[in-house]
Design a protein around this ligand. Structure first.
Ligand code: PLP
Length: 287
C-alpha cells in the first residue's frame, strides 16, 4: 500500500507530496509540530497534544490554520488512510510561504499544514526497552524558549549525532549551572533512594512533555512520590534508576550516562513498572 501524506488540504501519495520552496518552515524554521503515538489505530493523548500545538502556535503568533477539531480530524484521517495500527503521527504547521522576508507575511497567507503517519515495529522498540539505552550529556545550546515545540531542531540533531557517535541513543542537555534540562527529544528522569522519582520542573527551558504529564498522573495512581526539581549528571549517575519519556518512547530505561552504569546497568523495577502501565494512564481516542 502506498503511503499517503496530508498537505494543505489534500491527501497525496508520498512521492507527490511537497511544500513551496519559500515556505517559512524551510527558510526560517518558522513552524511548530507535534508527534503522537498511534496505538491499535488510535491516537494516544490526542487532547493534550492538540492543546500544546495550540499553545505553540499562540506563542509564535501563528494563526491556527483551521479549528483544532478539524486538525484532529486530519490527523485521524491520515492514520486511517495509511492503515497505521502501531506507529507515529507527525503534524507540522508553518506560517506559510512567501518571498523570503524576516517580517511576517500578510494574514491572508495560508499556513502550511503537513501530516504524516507511519507504522513502526513494536518488537524493536520493546527489545530496546528490555536492554535500556545509553545517554551522553552535552551543553544546552538551544534558545531560551524550549517550551515551544518548534521545528528549529538543529541543536537536537547535533546533540543526537554526537551521542550516536559514542554509541548512545539520546543526549541530555546541561544548563549553564550544570543541571540537566531535558533530553534532545525527551524529558529526563531519575529514581533516587527511597524510590522517589525526580524530573525537572516545567519552565521555558524545557518542553512540557505530554508523556511527562501523563506519567505524573500515573505516579500518583501508583503511589510513587515525585519531586519536580533539577538534578546534575553526577546525581543521575549515582541514582537507582534513570529513564526518558516521549511520545515516541513512552517510558524508556536509561542504563548508562556518559559511560557510567546506572544501578546494576539494567532497567530498574520502577522504570519497568511505569513502562508496562503507561498506556493505562494515557488516553486513547477512537480513530
Ligand atoms: N523534550 C523535547 C525537547 C522533545 O523534543 C520531546 C518530544 O519530542 C519531549 C521533551 C517529550 O515530549 P512528549 O512526551 O510530548 O513527546
Amino acid at each position: 500500500m502506498s503511503r499517503i501524506v496530508y498537505v494543505n488540504g489534500r491527501y497525496l501519495p508520498y512521492a507527490q507530496a511537497g511544500v513551496h520552496v519559500e515556505d517559512r518552515g524551510f527558510q526560517f524554521a518558522d513552524g511548530v509540530y507535534e508527534v503522537c503515538e498511534v496505538r491499535s489505530g488510535c491516537l494516544v493523548d490526542e487532547e493534550p497534544h492538540m492543546a500544546r500545538l495550540g499553545r505553540s502556535l499562540a506563542e509564535l503568533a501563528i494563526p491556527p490554520p483551521m479549528s483544532m477539531a478539524a486538525l484532529a480530524h486530519v490527523m485521524r484521517e491520515t492514520v486511517r488512510r495509511n492503515r497505521v495500527r502501531d506507529g507515529l503521527l507527525y503534524l507540522q504547521v508553518t506560517r506559510g510561504a512567501g518571498p523570503r522576508d524576516f517580517a511576517y507575511p500578510p494574514p491572508e497567507v495560508e499556513r502550511t499544514v503537513v501530516c504524516i503517519a507511519r507504522p513502526r515495529a513494536l518488537e524493536s522498540l520493546e527489545a530496546q526497552a528490555t536492554q535500556g539505552i545509553a545517554v551522553k550529556s552535552l551543553p544546552d545550546i538551544r534558545w531560551r524558549r524550549s517550551d515551544i515545540k518548534t521545528v528549529m531542531l538543529l541543536p537536537a540533531c547535533l546533540a543526537k549525532e554526537a551521542a550516536r557517535k559514542e554509541g548512545a541513543q539520546e543526549a541530555w542537555f546541561i544548563d549553564s549551572d550544570g543541571f540537566v534540562t531535558e533530553g534532545a527529544s525527551s524529558n529526563a528522569w531519575i529514581v533516587v533512594d527511597g524510590g522517589t522519582v525526580i524530573t525537572r520542573q516545567i519552565a521555558p527551558d524545557i518542553l512540557a512533555g505530554v508523556t511527562r504529564a501523563t506519567l505524573i498522573e500515573g505516579l500518583t495512581r501508583q503511589g510513587i512520590s515525585l519531586m519536580e526539581r533539577p538534578f546534575r549528571i553526577s546525581e543521575a549517575q549515582s541514582a537507582r534508576e534513570a529513564f526518558i519519556t516521549s511520545a515516541t518512547n513512552t517510558v524508556m530505561p536509561v542504563v548508562r550516562i556518559d559511560g557510567a552504569a546506572i544501578g546494576d546497568g539494567k532497567p530498574g523495577p520502577i522504570t519497568r513498572q511505569l513502562r508496562s502501565k503507561f498506556h493505562q494512564f494515557a488516553a486513547t481516542s477512537v480513530g
